[in-house]
Design a binder for this molecule. Structure first.
Ligand code: AMP
Ligand code: MG
Length: 327
């Protein structure tokens, strides 16, 4: 049975109730500023194992530990480096995940057996209050079945994991809408996943940041855990098109998403004019794809945004979502 608890402020009694569930080894889905997370006590091996089982997540894909502040992060790494401290001071709480050599406290299951741990301090007041009330770092991947669309509302979580999680904290839609930027802080610094914080935001702090491999070919070896090509995918077939092209292929039962004003569409094609603004589209992308999935379209044609830095994260998610085979 999944209990859904509406929560309107960090002082809401629902938060201490959910913290009790976490301390007892349960699963709580909670809002962050990026997407809803599927949380468990990150130091409790059997609780973390429940996350993998609930999501159908491969054991090779490690989890991010969510902490309330820099002090908590320090206790979970082998060495809290000056770069980590500088980045955390500038971007935490916020959508930046730092990968560092793990401290002894971090169970192997969280690291997927690897030597590093990924840490983030989320900016959502409910998430912060929950971490503090639980008194533990929370392991929390996105609260969806593995490879499916990430949830940006409590209802998305309920549809995907209802009956499986113990409790969902509902604080309305998330604001950033795309998963955090992930940075490997072992030299040479490398971006492992583009997100709301851009490469130039990071470079402003000194120390160049290399770009990860981007979207991998299906079957290619993964240079870092969790980089499977197919990810974040809707049920509908997602076809990326250049603005104004691909229209002739769109038939009945398909949808066409334009960036800005819709072009004239063939009869029977459902048109959606999405935002031309990268931050706005990022915030609404998953909700839009969930809606089109719920409506049952077999194919969604989506205009691919230009290869500019501002669109990096949206392009990454669209490219992964349109890849048919897992890597
Ligand atoms: P999500 O499942 O959406 O929360 O994404 C978590 C992602 O964080 C994983 O898929 C990995 O790509 C990444 N991650 C977590 N821990 C590590 C780590 N120790 N090293 C590298 N990447 C990590
Ligand atoms: Mg995910």
């Amino acid at each position: 049975m999944t209990r859904i608890l509406a929560v309107s402020s960090p002082g809401d009694p629902a938060i201490s109730e959910a913290a009790g569930v976490l301390r007892a080894g349960g699963l709580v889905a909670f809002p962050t500023e990026t997407v809803y997370g599927l949380g468990a006590d990150g130091l409790n091996v059997s609780a973390v194992a429940r996350i993998y089982a609930a999501k159908g997540r491969p054991a090779t894909n490690p989890l991010i530990l969510h902490v309330a502040d820099r002090e908590d992060a320090r206790g979970l790494v082998a060495d809290w480096t000056p770069e980590a401290d500088r980045l955390a001071r500038r971007f935490w709480p916020g959508p930046l995940t730092l990968v560092l050599p793990a401290g002894e406290a971090v169970p192997a299951i969280v690291r997927a057996g690897g030597p590093t741990v990924a840490l983030r301090c989320p900016a959502h007041p409910v998430a912060l209050a929950l971490i503090r009330a639980a008194g533990r770092p929370l392991a929390a991947p996105s609260a969806n079945r593995s490879q499916h669309l990430s949830p940006t509302t409590a209802r998305h979580v309920e549809t995907s994991l209802g009956g499986i999680v113990d409790c969902i904290l509902d604080a309305g839609p998330t604001s950033a809408g795309l998963e955090s930027t992930i940075l490997d802080l072992r030299p040479p610094f490398r971006s492992l996943r583009p997100g709301p914080i851009s490469p130039s935001d990071l470079e402003a702090l000194g120390g160049a940041v290399g770009q990860g491999p981007g979207v991998l070919a299906p079957g290619a070896p993964q240079p870092a855990p969790g980089m499977a090509a197919r990810h974040y995918a809707p049920r509908a077939k997602l076809e990326l098109v250049l603005p104004g092209t691909g229209l002739h292929e769109a038939g009945r039962g398909s949808a066409y998403v334009s960036l800005g004003a819709l072009p004239p569409l063939p009869e029977g094609v459902h048109g959606v004019a999405a935002s031309r603004d990268p931050v706005e589209l990022g915030a609404s992308l998953y909700a839009l794809l969930h809606t089109l999935d719920d409506a049952g379209f077999h194919t969604v044609f989506f205009e691919l945004p230009p290869p500019e830095e501002a669109w990096l994260a949206v392009r990454d998610r669209l490219l992964r979502a349109s890849t048919r085979e897992g890597a």
